[in-house]
Design a protein around this ligand. Structure first.
Ligand SMILES: N[C@@H](CCC(=O)N[C@@H](CS)C(=O)NCC(=O)O)C(=O)O
Length: 205
């Protein structure tokens, strides 16, 4: 299996976390986002979105980080991170959709303006986008903080895909100045995620 990624891509980190947690033998292919390699005809033929991550497993090609997480778990026997029962799986899935639809997009407003633009040499942060982030992130962070008030992990009382999915953008928490310091339950949960072997081995150099 090959995973096309970029070391600073939080969306790719999401897939990589699962691959490492599962101990998969996966070939990493770095896509030079800085030089626009994701928009080359050869890459667009694999992922017409022109984005990372992208998984190639034989003749099966899969894009979208949350779908890649699910596929990696589903194709790994004895995995412990994506439960099989309908209700337990739905519990995890709801957080994967929440991550994709609410949490990651709110974080991305800060990450794009304060991290990606600097990496791509695309100018300074746009204050209007930061304002949008300041409006969008607190309500979702408050909801997650409340949810974590009496639990260690997001779903199912143990580490699941939900934790890796939600945590991935936090790799840029400091540099993007994500306004999340005041959410104590959330911070305790993120400290637990940071202690996982998968988080530690996927830290960019
Ligand atoms: N919804 C997609 C988002 C992927 C995405 O936006 N990846 C960024 C890197 S974090 C990217 O490849 N950007 C390059 C570009 O937009 O040209 C996923 O979850 O996989």
């Amino acid at each position: 299996m090959r995973l096309f990624f970029h070391p600073l891509s939080s969306n790719a980190r999401r897939a990589l976390l699962v691959a490492r947690h599962l101990g998969l033998d996966i070939e990493l292919v770095s896509v030079a986002l800085e030089s626009g390699a994701q928009k080359s005809p050869a890459y667009l033929a694999l992922n017409p979105n022109g984005r990372v991550p992208l998984l190639v497993d034989g003749d099966f090609v899969l894009w979208e980080s949350h779908a890649i997480m699910q596929y990696l778990a589903d194709t790994t026997g004895g995995q412990d991170i994506y439960p099989a029962g309908a209700k337990a799986r739905a519990d995890v899935n709801r957080w994967l959709f929440w991550s994709a639809c609410h949490f990651a997009p709110a974080c991305a407003l800060f990450i794009r303006e304060r991290v990606s633009k600097a990496v791509l040499g695309a100018g300074g942060p746009d204050p209007a986008e930061i304002d949008r982030g300041e409006a969008q992130l607190p309500p979702v962070a408050r909801m997650l903080d409340d949810h974590l008030s009496a639990r260690d992990w997001i779903a199912q009382d143990r580490l699941t895909l939900a934790d890796f999915a939600v945590a991935a953008p936090l790799m840029h928490a400091e540099r993007a100045q994500l306004p999340l310091q005041d959410y104590a339950n959330f911070q305790r949960w993120f400290a637990r995620v940071r202690q996982t072997a998968a988080w530690r081995v996927t830290e960019p150099a």
